[in-house]
Design a protein around this ligand. Structure first.
Ligand code: OSB
Ligand code: MG
Length: 370
């Protein structure tokens, strides 16, 4: 496809309630929307999920804006497809969230040109995905129980709670006591522990968690392998897996049984599919799709990714209403009573961006024409 225009639109979106993890607290977040338009006038949308500070990863909305404007956009001349984009972008080291925002806009556009929902275009196999919810660190255990209870009432199929040193075994124990042994439950430490905390994980072993996500360092594979040998609960990696190569090394070292694949973290849907094909098709191991508090645009790409065959656990892909009073897409992403989200029937990501509203509230804009 040949592009005629690309726009970056930065908006700030306010969360319904603050989201707290071991690395900090978010009340409002930036989202850089990437709008690509091809010669015939068809449009695709992507979202850059980098936060305002380098907490989850080193990328921020500022670094992403810079990298996209100065290094990615100048390369988008001539025949561009989501597949050849990966090769063009490979000269740029890292900055996966910046790359992913553009790459996913190209996938949306390519699927629309084929008249197919994106999930079908990428070879997805299911028309609804299982939706779990990620619950931030709460001020008290009573508050935690209340919040979890309300998500269960809404129908979410699995609960993930954030943990950090000092807020680890107690919240898990409380949830097991309150909601019983059958609640599908897992924890995410966001890299806040070290190998010397193995006792905490041995105690967590008693609570039949589905998995422990990213207990140790954000770039570590070696200590995770050691921890995996010392505990029973499966380890799931998030931060440590930034591409297929990391996944291969995690397998060789024995660092994880499960990967939380976030398309944004690995540079887009292409790398998501490569990791999926290796981890699931070659190794027979499960993956699931994680989130970054996406607006309805990024959420659409997550839904598509979660239809891939090897996605065998509930995803951190919840309804628009989990985070936002009013999403920027129409229709918003809704939770079905059975804890699923339906994959769309319309082409591309399957939802319309409320473009007037987005432009009216934009914090900054950049546009380039070819
Ligand atoms: O570690 O999975 C994470 C949100 C922001 C940054 C990192 C993480 C998260 C979540 C929430 O857990 C995922 C979501 O609901 O979008
Ligand atoms: Mg995580």
């Amino acid at each position: 496809m040949e592009l005629r225009k690309v726009e970056l639109i930065e908006i700030w979106v306010k969360l319904k309630s603050p989201f707290e993890t071991s690395f900090g607290r978010t009340e409002e977040r930036p989202a850089i929307l990437v709008r690509v338009e091809e010669k015939g006038g068809e449009v695709g949308w992507g979202e850059v999920v980098a936060d305002s500070g380098p907490w989850y990863s080193y990328e921020t909305n500022e670094t992403a804006w810079h990298v996209i404007r100065d290094f990615i956009l100048p390369q988008l001349k001539g025949d561009i497809t989501p597949r050849n984009f990966t090769a063009l972008a490979s000269r740029i080291r890292g900055h996966n969230m910046a790359k992913a925002g553009v790459e996913m806009a190209l996938w949306d556009l390519a699927a629309k040109l084929e008249g197919l929902p994106l999930w079908k275009y990428i070879g997805g196999v299911r028309d609804k995905i299982v939706s779990g919810v990620s619950v931030g660190i709460q001020p008290s255990l009573q508050e935690l129980v209340k919040v979890v209870d309300s998500y269960l009432q809404q129908g979410y199929a699995r609960i993930k709670i954030k943990i950090k040193p000092g807020y680890d075994v107690a919240p898990v124990k409380k949830l097991r006591e309150t909601f019983g042994a059958n609640l599908p439950l897992q924890v995410d430490a966001n890299a806040s522990f070290s190998l010397s905390d193995v006792e905490v994980f041995r105690r967590l072993d008693e609570y039949n968690l589905l998995m422990i996500e990213q207990p140790l360092g954000w770039r570590d594979l070696v200590d995770h392998a050691e921890l995996a040998r010392r505990i029973r609960t499966p380890i799931c990696l998030d931060e440590s897996i930034t591409d297929l190569d990391d996944a291969r090394k995690a397998y060789q070292l024995g660092s994880a049984m499960i990967i939380n694949v976030k398309p944004a973290r690995v540079g887009g849907l292409g790398e998501t599919m490569r990791i999926h094909d290796f981890w699931y098709r070659q190794l027979g191991r499960p993956i699931w799709i994680g989130g970054m508090l996406e607006t309805g645009v990024g959420r659409g790409h997550l839904v598509a990714a979660a239809t891939l065959e090897g996605v065998k656990y509930p995803n951190d892909v919840s309804a628009s209403s989990r985070y936002y009073e009013n999403d920027i897409v129409e229709p918003p992403w809704e939770l079905n009573r059975d804890g699923t989200i339906s994959a769309p029937t319309r082409s591309g990501i399957g939802v319309e961006v409320l473009e007037d509203q987005v432009r009216r509230t934009a914090k900054r804009l950049y546009q380039t024409s070819f």
